[in-house]
Design a protein around this ligand. Structure first.
Ligand SMILES: Cc1ncc(C[n+]2csc(CCOP(=O)(O)OP(=O)(O)O)c2C)c(N)n1
Length: 327
């Protein structure tokens, strides 16, 4: 296990990261309200409480670096530079969404920003990232790939396969496990044995286990891990402990027969909030929060004014020209 580094972000960097964390939180809250109002086709998986992880990591990435994400991917998308209004439009199923309104919440992607995509198949993003990292290695660039996945996904066999090959071929991949305490409705400790990060140990991959609710810790570790990868050292693994404030999906309370976490747990979890931790360090935090609230509200309202894709758009948007003639 690597020791925590002690470099620190500048005041400006901290403020930028605070703004992004608040943007993600406000976006998720708006999506929950939109979901209740019937404006999202299907459910949404919200990342409230987990914002510091993708924001801290993304602050070391460029558009040429790429990420893969999971079903809880709105924050990953925004932190990597994805467009807010285009994401709302996508989740509302509108033609001007970032994927033409065809992908929805679990498939937000924007290749121009290095966002290879969210993914509804648990663990699916890990293997896609491994392929992308292989391509980067073949290109000879020093750009890297980050794959975000949950503690539940770490029990998928594909993680072992990808740890093995990325270590053997020294691929430029940062594994980021967002350990938020639950896999759907199962507390992690009831389905997962041992320290997740230790799964990378037999492959000789450097490991950091951090508090994912402390942005400075995430930023510091992200910088060190990414430097290791960019300098050709091969993959790195960060396990960031956090707590999922929202339900597994937006309106789980409508289908759950009994709660899977106690009131005490909820109270403790909500108090350990990455935005609450960071706020005292930010000058003008209140103003930033207000500006962000207005910006998010405007983006959501503008997205709702869009129109759904035409019915014949499915063929054009879902199949590449390579397969012309097959459909
Ligand atoms: C291959 C596969 N198995 C099962 C599911 C159903 N499923 C959706 S989310 C989820 C839990 C994932 O937990 P975790 O990886 O910890 O992510 P979190 O939801 O906590 O962010 C499961 C089992 C799925 N989508 N894909």
């Amino acid at each position: 296990m690597k020791k925590l580094p002690n470099n620190i972000p500048t005041k400006d960097e901290l403020q930028k990261m605070f703004r992004m964390m608040v943007t993600i939180r406000e976006t998720e809250n708006t999506l929950l309200a939109s979901n209740k109002a019937g404006n999202t086709p299907g459910q949404v998986h919200l990342s409230n409480g987990q914002e510091a992880i993708c924001v801290g990591i993304s602050s070391h990435l460029t558009d040429e670096d790429q990420i893969t994400s999971n079903h809880r991917g709105h924050g990953h998308f925004l932190a990597k530079g994805g467009n807010l209004k285009a994401m709302f439009s996508e989740i509302y199923g509108m033609a001007d969404g970032v994927c033409g309104g065809m992908g929805g919440s679990m498939h937000v992607a924007d290749l121009s920003k290095g966002i290879v995509g969210a993914n509804g198949i648990v663990g699916g993003g890990i293997s896609i990232a491994t392929g992308v990292a292989f391509a980067k290695k073949l290109d000879g660039s020093n750009h890297i790939v980050v794959t975000y996945f949950g503690d539940g996904a770490s029990n998928q066999g594909v993680l072992m396969e990808c740890l093995n090959i990325t270590a053997l071929w020294k691929l430029p991949l940062l594994f980021v496990c967002e350990n938020n305490g639950y896999s759907e409705f199962s507390p992690t400790k009831t389905v997962t044995k041992g320290d997740i990060s230790m799964r990378a140990k037999p492959f000789g991959i450097p490991i950091w286990q951090i508090n994912g609710n402390e942005i400075i810790e995430v930023w510091q570790t992200g910088q060190e891990a990414i430097e290791h990868i960019r300098s050709g050292g091969g993959p790195a693994f960060i396990e960031a402990k956090t707590w999922r404030q929202s339900g597994h999906f937006s309106r789980e309370n409508l289908v759950l027969q009994k709660p899977y976490r106690t009131e005490e747990e909820e109270k403790e979890g909500l108090a350990d909030d990455p935005i609450i931790h960071l706020t005292p360090k930010i000058d003008g935090a209140e103003l930033i929060m207000k500006e962000v609230k207005d910006e998010v509200e405007r983006a959501s309202k503008a997205a709702l004014m869009g129109t759904p894709p035409a019915s014949n758009a499915a063929k054009k948007l879902m199949f590449s020209d390579t397969y012309k003639g097959y459909y």
